[in-house]
Design a protein around this ligand. Structure first.
Ligand code: HEC
Ligand code: HEC
Ligand code: HEC
Ligand code: HEC
Ligand code: HEC
Length: 657
């Protein structure tokens, strides 16, 4: 056949359609991958959210496709996952994380906050702010993300199909109360009759070592496991139906250390413990606890132990180990596990405990407080141990008991032979010590170690000025011992009960170099004055354009609370908090620092100097019930920008060198 024009055209068309049939029509007609359980339709809010997801270009940065080589991102994607997807929005570039399985991993509150202000939650994120979208749009996007989570939840937490558990519901629960003054206080009577007290006791004896006293999966035993115990305060537990709870609790979770409970606890007991985990942690709701007065046999009891250093040491060890996570190291209710508890742990330093008798404390410790997460300590400690805690609370925090005489020299701390033999390991790190100090110590000892942290002001004796270490240094071994056992007759915690030995050495290194010798600032530490790439594009206009607000007044106030102690009120480096540690003192702010540079330093600190980082997440465990002046606080992105503006202004006023 000769290659006429017609033959070429017709041949071309035939070839074209053959290819199109092969790669488009045939697959569309014949490709019916088996629908997986995670393929779900997109209706209502979820459907609108999906449209908004691609119209706002989320898929330019987020994929929804887990490949074989994507270790630890979740199960590999299968064709059937996408049975409902038209068009597909797999995404092509992973600037942000893959979202296939994000779903209900985070709370709605978190998702909304992150969508509006990503950098409040993830300081270095380059995800744009979507605060400009309407509330409905934001809600729909989150509904869509949650739906991806439903897929996830369904994939690894298959419903109890083909088991007798399907659709089981627990016994009826107590009605919800609304927070606020009008809600009827509920006391022991309803707490007991609802079965919750029994549930709480079972939780403490059977579940707490793994799932933790605050239900967050951080029990003492939890950290040692390959698959860590779940946090009941996150999804999917807040939305998990009863039948899944009872199923998992009775049968255990294969492949993990979650026990099979059906052999040791009855159904009635299991429903009670589930009820407790749900009401106190998974979907807590406020009950005004009304404890009343101590009933017999507690009424009128007085402390059988005479107060002494040994008694206080015992009370402190238990307090540091068990109570600090909720009540805070200074007793003001600022512990890191407080988040999400209803009601919150109280402020024991607010001066309102005058009317509490020994019996009041002992009763609450031994049986707990109804309708709260306060555990039943009588299940774990003897009466004498609890009475030692009562002495500790009363002398140190509520100060309703007379203080003991000051310890004589040489008696202030335990210094057992073992600690005299130890030497600081070469692996101890100043930087890790600085971060630990900012989180665990600065609220009492002050950021610059001058003993003036805001949470320590009510203590008796007040926290030590650690800079005195410069004139009268203790050897590192002695410091380690002070940290491990605490200082006698003071609220200085026994950190050996809480921090592992290597972290205590990090702190010792920080104290020695920061407060004893003073960490000199060398030119090489400060570098060229240039910010790293991710901060070079720093731009307030973009921040404001995306709905952020800037407040110079806030910057000034924050500077006064957090920075002036070291940098001086005018930024000249003459703050009054750094006394003896003079060689660690900052120099005057140099004129002409770029904003991106200032922001970077404030967010991340200056390595190998006393300057800590203030990036939001670092300070989250330190939120207190009372406003802070200095010490520590969770700073937001807006706070850091306000500080940056203010520091820039101070710097521009400095005399040129
Ligand atoms: C310019 C790229 C970019 C765009 C556009 C973008 N993101 Fe992100 N996103 C990121 C980055 C980077 C992160 C990781 C840092 C963080 O958590 O903010 C992230 C994180 C997330 C996370 C948290 C993931 C996790 O593991 O917790 C969610 C959820 C999310 N983005 C949703 C969205 C949604 C919804 C949109 C569209 C409205 C969107 N993103 C648009 C870059 C982007
Ligand atoms: C020895 C430690 C341990 C103890 C004790 C323990 N758990 Fe667990 N539990 C785990 C671990 C580990 C997981 C995580 C399994 C996973 O990731 O799916 C888990 C998961 C769970 C889940 C979620 C199951 C799921 O994935 O849906 C529930 C509900 C639960 N535990 C309830 C309880 C209750 C109630 C008790 C006390 C009666 C208890 N656990 C005692 C370790 C423990
Ligand atoms: C899981 C967090 C948590 C732990 C751990 C915890 N508590 Fe509590 N505690 C609370 C909560 C919540 C309350 C109740 C607040 C209320 O009644 O409004 C409370 C109440 C108290 C009260 C009564 C205060 C009052 O105003 O009536 C005392 C005393 C107390 N706790 C001491 C301790 C001691 C001592 C320990 C350690 C042995 C401890 N708590 C451990 C959360 C906790
Ligand atoms: C609840 C407040 C509080 C917290 C938190 C706290 N301390 Fe203390 N600290 C004290 C008090 C009070 C003293 C003793 C005051 C006295 O005996 O005069 C003290 C004493 C010390 C001493 C002894 C100094 C000396 O030479 O006598 C050291 C060292 C110390 N603290 C380090 C730390 C470190 C490191 C941290 C953080 C891991 C920390 N402290 C956390 C309150 C606190
Ligand atoms: C514990 C003392 C201390 C505190 C508190 C402190 N800084 Fe610093 N800061 C330093 C030291 C030391 C340096 C090292 C550089 C120097 O010599 O100026 C430094 C460096 C800086 C720099 C870089 C200056 C340069 O020359 O490159 C900035 C910006 C800065 N701090 C801002 C702040 C702000 C804002 C705060 C409060 C949020 C703050 N600092 C809190 C001690 C402190």
């Amino acid at each position: 056949m000769s290659m006429t024009f017609k033959v070429i055209i017709v041949g071309g068309l035939v070839g074209f359609f053959a290819v199109v049939t092969w790669v488009v029509f045939l697959p569309t007609a014949l490709w019916h991958p088996e629908r997986t359980v995670i393929a779900q339709g997109y209706t209502g809010d979820v459907g609108r959210g999906r449209t908004l997801f691609y119209s706002n270009g989320c898929n330019y940065c987020h994929t929804q496709y887990v490949r074989e080589q994507d270790v630890a991102m979740g199960p590999q994607a299968q064709g059937g996952n996408y049975a409902e997807d038209n068009p597909m929005i797999l995404g092509s570039e992973r600037t942000g994380p893959d979202l296939s399985y994000i779903g209900r991993k985070r709370s709605e509150e978190w998702e909304l906050k992150h969508l509006q202000h990503p950098r409040d939650l993830s300081p270095l994120s380059i995800m744009p702010n979507f605060a400009g979208l309407s509330a409905q749009d934001q809600h729909d996007i989150v509904a869509y993300l949650f739906n991806l989570g439903d897929r996830n939840a369904a994939a690894w937490m298959v419903r109890p199909y083909n088991t007798p558990y399907l659709n089981l519901t627990g016994p009826p629960r107590e009605a919800k109360a609304t927070p606020g003054l009008t809600s009827t206080p509920q006391g022991w009577a309803t707490f007991k009759s609802s079965g919750l007290y029994e549930g709480k006791q079972l939780y403490i004896t059977h579940c707490q070592t793994c799932h933790g006293c605050a239900g967050n999966g951080l029990g003492t035993y939890g950290g040692t496991m390959a698959v860590t115990p779940v946090n009941f305060r996150q999804e999917p537990f807040r939305a998990m139906p009863d039948d899944e709870w009872i199923w998992h609790v009775k049968e255990g979770v294969p492949g993990t250390l979650m026990p099979v409970w059906k052999t040791s606890l009855s159904d009635a007991q299991l429903w009670r413990v589930i009820d407790y985990a749900q009401q106190l942690f998974a979907h807590p709701f406020y009950h005004a606890p009304d404890e009343g007065d101590p009933p017999p046999p507690y009424a009128g009891k007085t402390n059988p132990l005479t107060n002494s250093y040994a008694v206080l040491d015992s009370g402190k060890a238990i307090y540091t180990r068990e109570c600090q996570v909720c009540h805070g190291s200074s007793g003001r209710g600022e512990g890191p596990y407080r988040t999400g508890l209803e009601p919150l742990p109280p402020d024991l330093g607010d001066g309102s405990y005058g009317k509490y008798t020994d019996a009041d404390y002992f009763w609450r410790l031994e049986v707990g407080v109804p309708w709260t997460a306060m555990p039943v300590w009588g299940l774990q400690y003897s009466s004498d141990e609890l009475w030692s805690v009562v002495h500790y609370l009363r002398t140190m925090f509520t100060q309703t008991e007379p203080p003991l005489p000051k310890p004589v020299k040489g008696q202030r701390f335990n210094y057992p032979a073992l600690y005299q033999e130890q030497t600081m390991p070469a692996t101890a790190s100043f930087e890790r010590g600085k971060a630990l100090y900012a989180n665990m110590c600065s609220q009492c000892h002050g950021q610059a170690g001058d003993g003036r942290g805001p949470n320590g002001l009510h203590l008796r004796p007040r926290p030590t000025n650690l800079q005195n270490q410069a004139s009268n240094p203790d050897p590192p071994q002695a410091l380690n011992s002070m940290l491990t056992f605490g200082i006698r007759n003071s609220a200085m915690p026994a950190w050996g009960e809480w921090l592992p030995i290597d972290q205590r050495w990090d702190l010792v290194k920080f104290i020695v170099e920061g407060f004893q010798t003073g960490k000199p600032v060398t030119a090489s530490v400060l570098g060229s004055g240039a910010a790293p790439d991710s901060y070079v594009t720093y731009d307030d206009a973009i921040f404001v354009g995306e709905g952020g607000t800037l407040s110079p007044a806030n910057g000034k106030a924050l500077y006064g609370s957090f920075c002036a102690g070291c940098h001086g009120s005018q930024g000249q480096g003459d703050g009054d908090a750094l006394g003896a540690a003079a060689s660690g003192r900052p120099t005057a702010f140099p004129a002409g620092m770029a904003e991106g540079y200032i922001y970077w330093r404030v967010a991340e600190g200056v390595p190998e100097s006393m300057m800590p980082g203030y990036a939001p997440l670092e300070f989250q465990s330190q939120v207190t019930t009372t406003p802070l002046t200095g010490g520590s606080k969770s700073l937001t992105e807006a706070d850091l920008r306000d500080l940056t503006l203010y520091v820039g202004k101070l710097a521009s006023r400095q005399p040129k060198h």
